[in-house]
Design a binder for this molecule. Structure first.
Ligand code: PEP
Ligand code: MG
Length: 564
C-alpha cells in the first residue's frame, strides 16, 4: 500500500498512531424518490419519528454527561443542537416539503438543510457563521435515523488504536472520545475556531482538521500517523517512519510526565524575572484543568459561552453563580471576566462584542451587575473586548458606574475598586492606545483578532490560514508599540490570544517586555518550562533586532536564534 502524507491544520498537538475508522457522511448517501399521495402521511410520520428519536438521543447524551467529567463545553454544544432540532425550520418545514413535493423525508430534510446553510453563509459574524456546521450535524443525526443506522460513531474494539476519519465531526460525536479513548481524529473540514477544534483542544487528543480529501483518500483500517503539532497526517507509513514516530511519541509522553513536576514552581526566568502564567477558560467547569496545570490566575473567561448554553439569555442570578464559582475556586487569584463577545442576534450583522452590549444596555447591565456581585467573593476583574474608540470606553465605564449604583442602592456587596481592562485586538486600538491607557486599569492583547484584522485574514477560514502570520512585521510592531506604551504609562499588559500558548514565541513575547501570558490550560506547563530556561537579558537584543526587521526570512532566522 502506497504511503502518502496529507496536510491540514493541527488543532490539537501530539502524535497519534492508529488504524483508520471511516465515519460515514450520511448526506452523501441521500436518495431521492417519489412518494405516492396515499403514503404522504406515513412519510411525514416517519420523519417526525426520526426527529423524536434524535431528541431522545440528545437528551440521553446530556444526562449521561451531567455529573460526569466531560468538559463543560459539551453541554453548550448539545443545547445548541437541541435548539436547532426543535426549531420549526428544521422540525416542521421538511414535513411541508414532503407533502408539497411528494418526496421522501431524507430528500426533504436535505433540501431544507441546504436552504438554511445558505442563510448561514450570509452571516457576517464569523462565530455564528460557523454554526452552519451545527445545523449540518443535527441534520446528519436525523438522516442516520431515517436511514436506519442510528448512532453517530460505532465504538470499535481497540479504540485506543483507532483514529476517526470523517468529513466533519460534531462536538456531540467527539463526546465519545472521553468514554472510548480514541487515539485521534482527522476531518476534511473545520477552521481553527470551530467547535470541533475547541473540543479537541480541551480533550488534548491529537487532531488535524481541514485535510480536505482525507475521507475520500483514506481506506478503512489503513494505518495512520497524526502529527497534530506539525499539521500533518501520514497514511500507510513505512517501517522506518513508523519507528521514528513511535520514538517521538514515547518522548512526548515522558516530557508530559516531567512537565507535571513544574505545576507549583514559580515561573521565573534564569535572570530572575517573574512571569505570570494565567489560563483562558470558557466555562466554570474548565477551572479544574486550569488549577491542575498550575494557573496563577484566569486571564480570560470567555463569558459568551454561558450565553450559548441555552434557549434564552441567562438571568443575572445564573450568571452571578457561574462567575462566583470561578472567583471562589481561584482563592483570591485574579479572575478576568471578559464581557459578552458575540453578536447575539444574527440579524444585527457587524454589531458584535462591546458594540452589541452598548446597543443592548439592559443585557449589558445584567452582566455587569452579575460580575460585580461575584467580585465580592474573590479577585475579579472586568475585561472589555473589541474596543476601538475613546467614546466606547467612556460609555462602558458609565455603564459600570451605573451598575455599581444600582447595587449600592440595594445594599448588595461588591468590590468597589474592581479593575476594568480592555482588549487590544483591533489595530485601531493599538495605534490609538493613549485613550485606553488613560481610562483603563489594565490591557490584554487579543492576538487572534489583532492578526486577523491587521492582515485581513479570516481566522476560521482554512483557505487563507497560510497567510495568518504572527511574525508579520506589522503584527510585531503593533505588539511592540502597545507593550512599550503600556510600560511607559505603568499600566499592566498581557497577551491572551493563542500566541501566548506557543512555546516557540515565548521568548519573543518576553523580549518584547510582556510579563503576563494567558493561554489554554493545556499549554501552561510547557510555556512555564520555556520561561524557566529563558534569560530575558539575552533574549532582548535579538528581539530588538526583530522589531526592526522587515524581511520574513531574516525574521524567521532571528526567531530560530532566539529559540536555540
Ligand atoms: C483574541 O482575539 O485573541 C482573543 C483572545 O479572543 P477570542 O479568541 O475569544 O476572539
Ligand atoms: Mg478576540
Amino acid at each position: 500500500m502506497a504511503s502518502f502524507a496529507l496536510h491540514g491544520i493541527g488543532v490539537s498537538g501530539g502524535i497519534a498512531i492508529g488504524r483508520a475508522q471511516l465515519v460515514s457522511h450520511a448526506m452523501l448517501e441521500v436518495a431521492h424518490y417519489a412518494i405516492p399521495q396515499a403514503k404522504i402521511e406515513a412519510e411525514v410520520a416517519r420523519f417526525a419519528t426520526a426527529v423524536h428519536e434524535v431528541q431522545l438521543e440528545l437528551e440521553g447524551l446530556h444526562s449521561a454527561m451531567t455529573g460526569g467529567d466531560a468538559p463543560a463545553e459539551f453541554g453548550a454544544f448539545l443545547d445548541v443542537h437541541w435548539m436547532i432540532l426543535n426549531d420549526p425550520t428544521l422540525s416542521d418545514v421538511p414535513k411541508k416539503i414532503i407533502a408539497e413535493q411528494r418526496c421522501n423525508a431524507e430528500w426533504a430534510l436535505t433540501q431544507q438543510m441546504n436552504v438554511l446553510a445558505e442563510q448561514f453563509e450570509q452571516i457576517e459574524d464569523e462565530y455564528l457563521r460557523e454554526r452552519k456546521a451545527d445545523v449540518v450535524h443535527v441534520v446528519e443525526r436525523v438522516l442516520k435515523r431515517l436511514l436506519g443506522r442510528p448512532g453517530a460513531v460505532a465504538p470499535p474494539g481497540a479504540e485506543q488504536h483507532t483514529i476517526l476519519v470523517a468529513h466533519d465531526l460534531s462536538p456531540a460525536d467527539v463526546i465519545q472520545f472521553k468514554q472510548h479513548r480514541y487515539a485521534g481524529f482527522l476531518t476534511d473540514l473545520g477552521g481553527i475556531t470551530s467547535h470541533t477544534a475547541i473540543v479537541a483542544r480541551s480533550l488534548a487528543v491529537p487532531a488535524v482538521v481541514a485535510a480536505h480529501n482525507a475521507r475520500a483518500l483514506i481506506r478503512e483500517n489503513e494505518l495512520l500517523i497524526i502529527d497534530g503539532t506539525n499539521h500533518v497526517v501520514i497514511v500507510n507509513p513505512d517501517k522506518s517512519v513508523l519507528a521514528e514516530y513511535r520514538l517521538k511519541q514515547g518522548e512526548l509522553g515522558l516530557e508530559r510526565a516531567k512537565l507535571k513536576r513544574l505545576k507549583t514552581k514559580p515561573a521565573t526566568t534564569i535572570d530572575g524575572v517573574e512571569i505570570e502564567l494565567f489560563a483562558n477558560i470558557e466555562l466554570p467547569g474548565d477551572l479544574a484543568q486550569a488549577l491542575e496545570n498550575g494557573a496563577s490566575g484566569i486571564g480570560l473567561f470567555r463569558s459568551e459561552f454561558l450565553f450559548l448554553n441555552r434557549d434564552g439569555l441567562p438571568s443575572e442570578d445564573e450568571q452571578f453563580e457561574a462567575y462566583r464559582a470561578v472567583a471562589e475556586g481561584m482563592h483570591g487569584k485574579p479572575v478576568t471576566i471578559r464581557t459578552f463577545d458575540l453578536g447575539a442576534d444574527k440579524q444585527i450583522s457587524g454589531l458584535g462584542a462591546v458594540r452589541f452590549c452598548l446597543a443592548e444596555p439592559r443585557l449589558f447591565l445584567t452582566q455587569l451587575r452579575a460580575i460585580l456581585r461575584a467580585s465580592h467573593y474573590g479577585n475579579v476583574r472586568i475585561l472589555i473586548p473589541m474596543l476601538v474608540s475613546a467614546a466606547e470606553i467612556s460609555q462602558t465605564l458609565d455603564m459600570i458606574a451605573q451598575a455599581k449604583e444600582t447595587l449600592r442602592e440595594q445594599g448588595v456587596p461588591f468590590d468597589s475598586g474592581i479593575k476594568v481592562g480592555g482588549m487590544i485586538e483591533i489595530p485601531a486600538a493599538a495605534l490609538a492606545i493613549s485613550s485606553f491607557l488613560a481610562k483603563l486599569d489594565f490591557l490584554s492583547i487579543g492576538t487572534n483578532d489583532l492578526i486577523q484584522y491587521t492582515l485581513a485574514v479570516d481566522r476560521s477560514d482554512d483557505a487563507v490560514s497560510h497567510l495568518y502570520d504572527p511574525l508579520h512585521p506589522a503584527v510585531l510592531r503593533l505588539l511592540a508599540m502597545s507593550i512599550d506604551a503600556a510600560d511607559r504609562a505603568k499600566v499592566s499588559i498581557a497577551v491572551c490570544g493563542e500566541m501566548a500558548g506557543e512555546v516557540a514565541l515565548t521568548r519573543l513575547l518576553l523580549g518584547l517586555g510582556l510579563r503576563n501570558l494567558s493561554m489554554h490550560p493545556a499549554h501552561l506547563l510547557s510555556v512555564k518550562q520555556r520561561v524557566l530556561t529563558t534569560e530575558v537579558a539575552s533574549a532582548k537584543p535579538v528581539v530588538d533586532r526583530m522589531r526592526r526587521q522587515d524581511d520574513p526570512q531574516k525574521l524567521a532566522a532571528l526567531l530560530d536564534k532566539l529559540n536555540a
